[in-house]
Design a protein around this ligand. Structure first.
Ligand code: NAP
Length: 294
């Protein structure tokens, strides 16, 4: 039976890749840093093995007998040449045939992005590749921005009036699972977007309608965003990366919509409304957390 290694298996997209692969006729291996916790999370039908990009001694056992791999660059990992490309080389050397890589929309045009360098490297090694160039995840709203919505009734991002083609991580995972388990996706690149380009005013309206209370998009400028997020306890480097991402939206560069999800899955991608309905509990009204810096 085909054995598939999922890196980033505890993360936003990887966790859905693992759960969707479990429905298929394959052996699922989760490459994780905390094995015990992952075994509890995934249960006994998933092989949980120690895998750390920073620990080459973990790579051999993780890649052994693996036919295909779902590859996620941890968001904090900027040192591509030091940790990512050597791991890719090792996977190729021990016979991993196919790598499905979670990239980012527009990576092919922007050599400054780590995703661009990883795509280039994957093309140079002896593996079949599929690139999932994903748009902005809807799940950023239920993870990084959840508390703003639940406790402050606001969406606080510096995206101006730009649009974004938000995509649900469950759909990205579904495209990845298709690429890992079906033929016809070899050496393809998919621009994985949601079905519509939305401004944050549109997003706030959707939240308001589904949650039945007013959620405001408060449109902070770059300075107000940076200082407020820093005061709320987010690390400055993380805030600066977010600022870069939202500036892309502000400049109108994040709104491209494609039909790649529908072409691969035979159904349209989930809408923002479906996402908010499915996660409504996470946004239930709560009191703001009080921190000493607020
Ligand atoms: N957010 C977006 O809107 C967006 C859009 C397009 C593309 N992307 C790209 O998607 C990727 C992130 O995907 P995600 O959001 O699904 O991930 P995520 O939720 O941030 O999770 C990161 C995963 O990486 C694992 N990890 C961290 N350090 C590791 C290491 N040294 N060795 C092995 N595994 C390690 C974590 O495992 P632990 O449990 O061990 O911490 C976790 O499973 C990034 O490359 C990002 O640029 C994001």
């Amino acid at each position: 039976m085909k054995r598939i290694l999922v890196t980033g298996a505890t993360g936003t997209v990887g966790s859905h890749v693992v759960s969707q692969l479990r429905e298929k006729d394959v052996v699922v291996r989760a490459g994780v840093r905390a094995v015990e916790r992952a075994c509890e999370q995934f249960g006994s039908d998933v092989e949980c093995v120690h895998f750390d990009f920073h620990k080459p001694e973990t790579w051999g056992a993780a890649f052994e007998d693996v036919d295909a791999m779902f590859l996620v660059r941890p968001p904090s990992e900027g040192r591509v040449k030091r940790h990512l490309t050597p791991a890719i080389d090792a996977a190729s050397r021990v016979g991993v045939d196919h790598v499905v890589y979670l990239s980012v929309l527009g990576a092919e045009k922007n050599p400054l992005l780590p995703h661009h360098r990883i795509e280039d490297h994957l093309r140079d090694v002896d593996v079949t590749v599929t690139f999932l160039r994903a748009s902005f995840f809807m799940q950023n709203l239920s993870e990084v921005h959840r508390e703003d919505i639940a406790a402050r009734d606001e969406i606080f991002v510096p995206a101006g009036e730009g649009t974004t083609s938000f995509v649900d991580a469950r759909d990205i995972a579904a495209v990845g699972v298709a690429a890992l388990t079906e033929v016809g996706h070899e050496n393809c690149a998919y621009d994985v977007t949601g079905p519509e380009a939305l401004t944050y005013d549109d997003v706030a309206d959707t939240f308001s309608a589904v949650l039945n209370r007013r959620i405001e998009y408060t449109r902070p400028g770059p300075v107000a965003f940076t200082t407020t997020m820093y005061r709320r306890g987010f690390p400055l480097t993380f805030v600066v990366v977010m600022l870069g991402i939202y500036t892309t939206a502000r400049l109108g560069l994040a709104g491209r919509v494609t039909d790649d999800v529908e072409r691969v899955l035979g159904r349209p991608p989930r809408t923002m409304r479906e996402f908010v309905e499915d996660h409504a509990d996470a946004f239930r009204k709560e009191s703001p957390r009080t921190t000493s810096s607020q």
